[in-house]
Write a protein that binds this ligand. Structure first.
Ligand code: NAD
Length: 481
């Protein structure tokens, strides 16, 4: 059984309950996992509290913590293949992506925030007899709740800054993908992370283990990545204690292609923006807006290339799209494709579950392209979180911007044009936390990351993470003359 990891040790569930983690490729049972309860949350929070109040971690210098976080990063590198295989089997992510993008990014998250905390500039204002400066003491105990779509990468996007700034954590990974978080906790302890600094509890939301992690007064910060609906529940749960919440939520991001774009860049990049990660990516460019002059040519090329993408066993290095995460999600994705057709949409390619050969045992869905919808269609407005692209034509820049911003979401935007004036103009008016011009998914971790509207509350990354995970304190000292 995969147990919780509390106070430096594998810990069985208090009430003995478990759940199963299965391979979405073929349904193989990968592990039985401790199903956390309120009592498990209580034990993890007690361990975290003790580590923060009485342990060495918060009092270490940033350089001392940096050395340990680097050692954890080295342990991740040393176990890259093992972690990548776990990630791929647990969540269906392609092995290429696990091995070459996500697990390396786990190590990068750790090293980046270790460096940032050790080297971040501070402010001091000598003003006559007064010397004023800012301290950044850690906030305390952090509840980190993460989703299944990029399990360890997103978990460490929270854990790394929290720990680097001197906090301690209780992590609850998504129940669909518990394996890498469990292994990571062992590796981190082996690399020298002190007892109780990182605790991992497994299980579900609501009244089970995750609920208490959002309502307990021993929690000083909640960092959450997941759906907008769960984000709203967590903000409400945190409100009575006034616990600060950082919430990174869903998206329905526009990808605008102007008729001056280099199509040799725009076509492959747009394919990657929706079908990379199987569309199970918060930042996906899931609303494709194409200027009318190139619309038909673009859609023909895009659909033709989409149909050629390899769907299959994510353990194969040739696979571009693995299975979707679970049956319920497959049903949801296909339900939207059916809905699109009742809303007037035309399925240009894809649109039906794949069941041939070995795909019959997994949750496989092909790259799907839908045209003919307006921006008012539910399919074009709601987050599908699967390999489904809706394509809308537009005539002018202002029309494209109006369609783009007519969304409750505001996570990301993607733009293909050779006109840099236009790019800057649109970036300034785009309702989105991130805008990419002629590229996708490039990230500088010093920049803010987050969303507007129902895509999130707050920002993380670089100094934004420091502000969230610390209690910035003003100190003023008067020098006697
Ligand atoms: P989800 O909201 O269903 O679950 C996320 C996590 O919250 C899981 O660990 C789950 O167990 C937990 N949870 C569920 N109910 C809870 C409750 N009441 N209290 C506390 N915790 C609770 O989301 P998901 O299906 O795992 O992930 C997909 C969603 O995440 C999509 O909407 C996607 O866009 C979003 N996402 C956003 C970002 C971002 O950075 N903005 C990144 C990745 C995924």
């Amino acid at each position: 059984m995969i147990e919780h990891f509390i106070a430096g040790s594998a810990t069985p569930p208090a009430d003995g309950r478990t759940f199963e983690s299965r391979d979405p490729h073929d349904g193989t049972l990968l592990a039985t996992v401790a199903r956390g309860s309120a009592e498990d949350a209580d034990r993890a929070l007690a361990a975290a509290r003790a580590a923060f109040d009485d342990g060495p971690w918060p009092g270490m210098t940033p350089q001392q913590r940096r050395a340990i976080l680097y050692a954890v990063g080295d342990a991740v590198d040393a176990h890259r293949e093992e972690l990548a295989e776990l990630e791929t089997r647990d969540g269906g992510k392609t092995i290429t992506q696990s091995l070459h993008a996500e697990i390396p990014r786990v190590a990068h998250n750790l090293r980046f925030f270790a460096d940032y905390a050790a080297m971040a500039p501070n402010e001091a204002y000598p003003d006559g007899p007064l010397l004023s400066y800012t301290l950044y003491p850690p906030a305390g105990v952090v509840s980190a709740i993460s989703p299944w779509n990029a399990p360890l990468m997103l978990a460490t996007w929270k854990i790394a800054p929290a720990l680097a700034f001197g906090n301690v954590c209780v992590l609850k990974p998504a129940p669909q993908t518990p394996l890498t978080a469990a292994r990571f906790a062992e590796l981190a302890a082996g690399a020298g992370l002190p007892e109780g600094v990182l605790n991992v509890v497994h299980g579900f939301g609501g009244e089970e283990v995750a609920g208490p992690l959002t309502t307990d007064p021993r929690v000083d910060r909640i960092t959450f990545t997941g759906s907008s609906a769960t984000g709203a529940t967590i903000l409400a749960a945190a409100a009575p204690n006034l616990t600060p919440v950082s919430a990174e939520l869903g998206g329905k991001s526009a990808n605008i292609v102007f008729d001056d774009a280099d199509l040799d860049v725009a076509v492959p990049m747009s394919l990657r923006a929706i079908f990379g990660g199987n569309g199970q990516v918060c930042l996906s460019g899931s609303r494709l807006l194409v200027q009318r002059g190139i619309h038909d040519e673009f859609v023909a090329r895009f659909a033709e290339e989409a149909a050629k993408l390899t769907v299959g066993d994510p353990k194969s290095h040739d696979t571009f799209l693995g299975p979707l995460i679970e049956q319920r999600h497959l049903d949801k994705v296909h339900g939207y494709v059916e809905l699109a057709q009742t809303e007037g949409g035309k399925v240009v390619t894809g649109g039906a579950r794949l069941t041939q050969g070995e795909l019959s045992r997994g949750f496989y869905y092909p790259p799907t392209v839908i045209t003919g919808l307006t921006n008012q269609a539910r399919t074009a407005r709601e987050e599908i979180f699967g390999p489904v692209e809706t394509v809308l034509p537009f005539d002018t820049e202002s029309e494209a911007l109006a369609i783009t911003n007519d969304s409750p979401y505001g996570l990301a935007g993607i733009l293909f044009t050779r006109d840099l004036d236009r790019a800057h103009r649109l970036a300034a008016r785009w309702k989105a936390g991130t805008v990419w011009v002629n590229c996708f998914f490039e990230r500088d971790l010093r920049l803010p990351f987050g969303g507007e509207g129902i895509s999130g509350v707050g920002r993380e990354g670089g100094r934004y993470s420091r502000e969230f995970f610390t209690e910035p304190r003003a100190v003023t000292l008067k020098i006697r003359g």
